[in-house]
Design a binder for this molecule. Structure first.
Ligand SMILES: CCCCCCCC/C=C\CCCCCCCC(=O)NCC(=O)O
Ligand SMILES: [Zn+2]
Ligand SMILES: [Zn+2]
Length: 519
């Protein structure tokens, strides 16, 4: 029965446009739909009893894992472009992991291959061939980091106030090192997995993964390998994201946006700067990209995955939430306007356009013959590459601008995240074990791109989840300033992987409780 006056209250709140309240409401919708299974449902998961190895690490091990990460951060494995990567640092990284993870490189059931000189593929042969293998994925390259603005030099790996600072501490050497570290610690405890798995470390993720992940995926495909699921970066424990919600929640990205790098070019006759034409190539191009920046792509809230997710949820709630969810044609615009206010949530509701490079000019007194600007677009799941390109052309609306698509791909399909989805449920279960403060898990979309997208031919279960807690401030440090990870967070990441690898040693997926609802 409907609660008296609830509709009126909901109406008042929305009409008042109270940002925090509506955000909180969205959060309730998402969080309430993703509660954990009851403990009974989790029986039979992974190793139990005597064969279970506790995630307890000695002081010496904790110091060693911290130092190993710091050293990895000190290697400037920067990718500037596919043709310009720091091969010296990448090679050094290869030597580093051989030194700090000796068990990994000397265990008979583990095969290590170097792919395209700098990427690493480990095959860990499990004892039970009936269990379909999976993959843990990370990348070892980083984006450039000029010293300016950093509290400590970005490749110093310095420890300060319980944090390790440096480029790659959250994107994504933390994962690369933590995966290897967890396996090394398990091996030191005589662990032999039942389920086979792969560890894949790409060396050029930050420049599309063409020679790393893409080649590894092709290699595995040529061997006829299919994977139950893959876990990469791109989802996190979200902390302090929603006003009024103190508890962190886990965001497992079950898809990721499409992408396009588009170069715009204007050519004009060069000449003497003392007799300039009315418009130069720089001026024409600057005006074009300015129009793009000032004209956001359409807000797609309600037309992509959000719509189907929310519609599926609608029946699970009482009044007034069910009404709101089944009437997104009324409430959608309010929610979508709120979401577009911050960069992170704005990225969820539309294709984003970032002006990232601008090149022109050869001398101070020469009219430039050409100007080039590169824009980086992240395509909302409800749009495609051709649709977005068409919008760009219409916004620019200037025939003097020419377009070169440098690379482009459509948004990724949604990976299964129901009660039968082994990889998703494995993550949920391990989150429950390792992050007791987290009470909910939601299936999200990754607004950045990951190496996982290269593996669609060999797995349908691509999950992007890094077991670290991030707040809005730490999101700014991705590709930005003062990237850092707390030592405690890194240890927890290692512990998470240590548990997850053991939890994967089962064929059972927990049956849902009849009353439980899953996204
Ligand atoms: C209600 C809470 C809303 C929070 C919205 C946050 C959405 C976060 C989703 C994904 C996080 C994206 C992290 C980026 C991964 C980094 C991978 C990377 O750098 N790849 C290269 C590239 O994308 O260029
Ligand atoms: Zn990354
Ligand atoms: Zn990155």
């Amino acid at each position: 029965m409907a609660e008296p006056g609830a509709a009126a209250s909901a109406g008042r709140l929305l009409a008042m446009g109270v940002t925090g309240t509506v955000l909180a409401l969205v959060a309730v919708l998402l969080l309430r739909t993703a509660t954990f299974p009851e403990p009974d449902e989790l029986r039979g998961w992974g190793r139990t009893g005597a064969s279970r190895i506790p995630a307890q690490f000695s002081e010496a091990e904790r110091t060693a894992m911290k130092e190993a990460l710091k050293e990895a951060i000190q290697m400037p494995t920067v990718s500037f472009s596919s043709e310009n990567i720091n091969t010296t640092a990448l090679a050094e990284f290869g030597e580093h992991i051989r030194k700090v993870f000796p068990f990994l490189f000397s265990t008979s059931f583990i095969q290590h291959e170097v792919v395209e000189q700098y990427s690493h593929l480990f095959t860990i042969h499990g004892s039970d061939p009936k269990l379909e293998p999976y993959m843990l994925l990370a990348h070892i390259d980083v984006v450039p980091a000029p010293n300016d603005g950093w509290e400590v030099p970005p490749f110093s790996g310095l420890e300060r106030d319980g944090f390790i600072y440096g480029r790659g501490t959250i994107d994504n050497k933390n994962s690369a090192m933590a995966i290897l570290q967890a396996m090394e610690l398990l091996l030191r405890r005589n662990y032999v997995p039942q389920r086979s798995f792969y560890i894949s470390l790409g060396h050029d993720e930050e420049v599309s993964g063409t020679y790393g992940a893409q080649k590894i995926a092709a290699l595995l495909e040529s061997r006829g390998i299919e994977l139950s699921f893959i876990i990469d970066e791109g989802g996190y424990i979200m902390d302090d994201f929603i006003p009024g919600f103190e508890k962190p929640f886990a965001w497992i990205s079950v898809s990721e946006k499409g992408g396009m790098n588009l170069m715009l070019q204007v050519d004009s006759d060069p000449g003497h700067s003392s007799m300039p034409p009315k418009e130069t190539s720089i001026g024409i191009l600057a005006a074009a990209v300015s129009r793009l920046e000032k004209t956001p792509m359409p807000n797609m809230f309600g037309y992509g995955t959000e719509k189907s997710i929310l519609e599926q949820l609608a029946g699970q709630f009482g009044f007034p939430l069910n009404i709101i969810l089944t009437n997104l044609w009324i409430f959608g615009p309010i929610m979508s306007r709120i979401l577009e206010k911050s960069p992170a949530t704005n990225a969820m509701v539309r294709t984003t356009v970032a002006l990232t490079m601008f090149n022109s000019g050869i001398k101070v007194n020469v009219i430039p013959p050409t100007a080039q600007a590169t824009i980086n677009l992240r395509i909302h799941p409800a749009q495609t590459v051709p649709e977005v390109l068409e919008i760009v052309r219409n916004v620019v609306a200037d025939d003097r601008v020419r377009y070169h698509v440098l690379n482009a791909f459509d948004p990724l399909p949604l990976s299964p995240h129901d009660n039968e989805a082994f990889g998703y449920q494995l993550l949920k279960r391990t989150i429950r074990d390792v992050f007791p403060e987290v009470t909910a898990v939601v299936p999200g979309i990754c607004v950045g791109n990951t190496d996982a997208r290269h593996y669609t031919n060999i797995s349908k279960g691509l999950y992007r989840f890094n077991p670290i807690a991030l707040n809005p401030q730490s999101f700014k440090s991705f590709h930005g300033l003062n990237e850092k990870i707390s030592i405690q967070a890194y240890e927890t990441q290692v512990a998470f992987l240590f548990e997850l690898i053991q939890n994967a040693d089962t064929e059972k997926v927990p049956r849902p409780h009849s009353a439980e609802h899953e996204l």
